[in-house]
Structures are given as C-alpha cells and as structure tokens.
Design a protein around this ligand. Structure first.
Ligand code: NIG
Ligand code: FE
Length: 389
C-alpha cells in the first residue's frame, strides 16, 4: 500500500456536499490522501494525516478528473476540407460520416489503436480521467466488432453504435441494415460493449428504427443511450426517457415536453458544445434544462467530423459563454454530470472510496476554466492514483 498526501490545495471541488459548501462541496485550504488507486481521506490541510509521499499544491485549485461520457475515438482519416467548407458557409450533414467510414475500414488495427491511444493521452493531459468510446465508423459486422475490441483496450465505457448511419452497402435497403444491426452485428459486438447507442435523426434513423436498435441491445444486456435532437426536433429524447436510457445526448432542439420529460426522469441531458462550435449551429439551452430540474452533463463528442476536440476545459468555457451555465454548473456537469451519464459512482467526485482521479490547475479556482478560455491550466493529473504531468 502506498499513500500520497496532496496538501496546500487552495480551493478543492469535491462534488460531495458533505465535505464543503454548495453542490460543488467546495473546500478551501484542503488536502487529499490517495491510497493506491483510491481516495482515502479529504479534509482541511491542517488536519491531514501523514503519508508516504507529499505533494504541495502551493495554493492551486483541484477538482475531480473530467468524465467525458460521449466520444467517437476509433477512426482514421481527416475531414479538414469538410470543416473548411462549413466555415465558408456550407451546412453540416450526417453524410460526412461516410468519409470517415471509408478511411476507418481501410486502416489497420494498429493504426486505429494508435489513434485511440493518442486521443486518450491528449484528453488526459487536459484532465480527462474517464472517457466513453463509441464504434460507428465501421458499419459492417467485422468493422464494428473490431472498433469495440480496440476501444475496450482503452476504456470499459464502450458503446455499440452500429446505428450511426445506414452503411453505404444498404443505401437502398435501410430496413435490411436495421436487421443487420439488431442481428448478426449485435451478436458480434455485444461481448465488447457496455452500452448501445443510435443516431436518431432525420438522415440517420427514425424513431421506430431507433427503438428497434435500442430494444435489441437491451435484450443482449446493453444499456441504452441516444444521439437525440441534434440537428432538428425529433423523437429521440422522448424515446430515451421512455426506455430509461442513461443519457440523451446533444439535446439541441427541445420542446417543452422534452424538457419536462428529461426533468422527471433519470436520463441525463448530455450537452456537446464542441459540435455546435464546429458546425456553427445554435447551442443547446442548458439554462432551460437546469431550471426545469434536469441533470446535465457536458462532454466533447470528440470525432473527426462534427467536433474534433478532446478538451473538456474548452467545453466548459463554451458552455458558460454560450449556454447559460455558471462556471460552477459547468464544472459540475463535466465531472459529476458525466459520471451520472455513465452510471458510475466511483468517479466524478473527490470523496473517500472514489477512484483516485484528481486534476490540479495552474490557477487559484476552478472558475478559471471559463474565465481563462484556451489557456492550458491543467498542471497535474492523477488517474487511479498514478500521477501524469
Ligand atoms: O455526435 N451525430 C452523430 N455522430 C457524430 C458526428 C459524427 C461525424 O460527423 O463523423 C456526432 O456529432
Ligand atoms: Fe456523437
């Protein structure tokens, strides 16, 4: 057993109201003791127990590691040209996904694995200690199963997204593709996945198709989450709530009934501001969801088409500037919110028994994540008790 005392923390977000003030459970002049891969003690620095090694935070702020509950990291290729065209006025359509599908199918396992490793490292440097990872750029039985096998080497939060768009081979037979996704493809993928997801959107899958995909996944023991109401209003959010999905993701185009349904449910509204930033679309209204009582998470949606960022600090800054969130709410959504969206109780909080995931900022307060946008403030990250940076 090894213990590490991190002391001299000027301001600590615990996300546990038992430890400090407000929903963030904010503590000043705090210390944390890590014991192997777990948090063993949290409290006032002047009452901290001794430990094998001592790390002086010198008044810096600390917070739980970010929980990025929505990312598409298994892909090859590049869509710079598509981004450039959008920034010249072209609008986003789900069609670009097929460009990445072709490049991903052509890539070797080693190339795909290296790509995921690079993005997970890049995210870790920015404070992300838990990341979800979807398939969805293979769209054949073999390529989807391969994506999930590769994703599972990097995270237990693997999501089967065979229903990302209809595979090009089935362009004239979408019903046949849904049969594949709910049949042989699911058989091959379920052993490597924890979650099942579907892109419920005009141009991808309609409400009935999405329901069939999610129901088939549930029958195989997967838990549903849904890409819902991103590009326009549709049935995705209501379907997510009805099926008890862990999360409805995007939630950009909501009517009052959608907001009320989310607020009355355990389904988290996961907002992905990187997607609106990179598609020059209108942002989701986090304020409306929070005021109604919904649980909100913030995630990157890291993918090569609609949101090629792995940065949770970037998402926090945009959510504060554009989506009506306070800095406290955005930090909470990027940590505890993500944990809720992944139904995890061991991450997203700095409290005894939780995994030893902690971010130290080169700043006196977590508010600086929004106050100093674009500045690399993450100075050290512990993931499972291991120090990076
Ligand atoms: O979450 N919405 C569907 N999937 C991704 C976009 C993927 C892509 O454009 O390659 C998203 O935004
Ligand atoms: Fe996505």
């Amino acid at each position: 057993m090894t213990t590490t005392l991190i002391t001299g923390i000027g301001s600590l977000v615990t996300n546990d109201p038992a430890h400090g003030t407000g929903p963030l459970g904010l503590l000043t002049d705090a210390a944390v003791v890590l014991e192997d891969d777990r948090i063993a003690w949290v409290g006032a620095a002047d009452r901290a127990p001794a430990a094998d090694t001592v790390h002086d935070a010198a008044g810096r702020a600390a917070l739980p590691g970010f929980v990025d509950s929505h990312a598409h990291l298994v892909f090859a290729g590049d869509r710079t040209a598509e981004f450039n065209a959008r920034m010249s006025g072209r609008s986003y359509s789900a069609g670009g996904i097929r460009t990445t599908v072709a490049a991903t199918r052509a890539a070797s396992d080693a190339e795909l694995d290296a790509g995921v490793a690079r993005l997970v490292r890049e995210a870790l440097r920015q404070g992300t200690t838990t990341v979800e990872c979807k398939s969805g750029y293979g769209l054949t039985v073999e390529d989807e199963a391969r994506a999930l096998r590769i994703a599972a080497r990097h995270t237990p939060e693997t999501t089967y997204l065979g229903a990302h768009v209809v595979a090009p081979e089935y362009a004239d037979d979408p019903a046949g593709y849904v049969d594949l996704v709910t049949g042989p493809m699911l058989d091959a993928c379920a052993p490597h996945a924890r979650w099942v997801d579907v892109f419920c959107e005009r141009g991808a899958f309609d409400g009935d198709q999405a329901r069939a995909v999610l129901a088939a996944g549930v029958r195989r023991g997967l838990v549903p989450r849904v890409h819902a109401n991103q590009l326009g209003h549709g049935p995705g959010v209501q379907l997510a709530v009805e099926l008890g999905a862990a999360s409805a993701d995007h939630c950009t185009h909501l009517d009052d009934a959608d907001v009320a349904a989310l607020a009355a449910s355990d389904t988290v509204a996961t907002l992905l501001p990187g997607a609106e930033f990179s598609t020059r679309a209108r942002y989701p209204d986090a304020r409306r969801l929070l005021d109604a009582g919904a649980t909100v998470a913030l995630s990157t949606d890291c993918n090569p088409g609609s949101s090629f960022t792995s940065s949770m600090p970037f998402c926090i800054a945009v959510a504060v500037r554009e989506m009506g969130m306070t800095p406290d709410e955005a930090v909470h959504a990027a940590t505890a919110g993500g944990a809720r969206a992944l139904r995890r109780t061991d991450v997203g909080a700095v409290t005894p028994g939780a995994r030893a995931d902690l971010v130290l900022l080169d700043a006196p307060s977590h508010v600086h994540l929004a106050y100093r946008p674009g500045v690399p403030l993450v100075s050290a990250v512990w993931r499972g008790g291991v120090l990076h940076g």
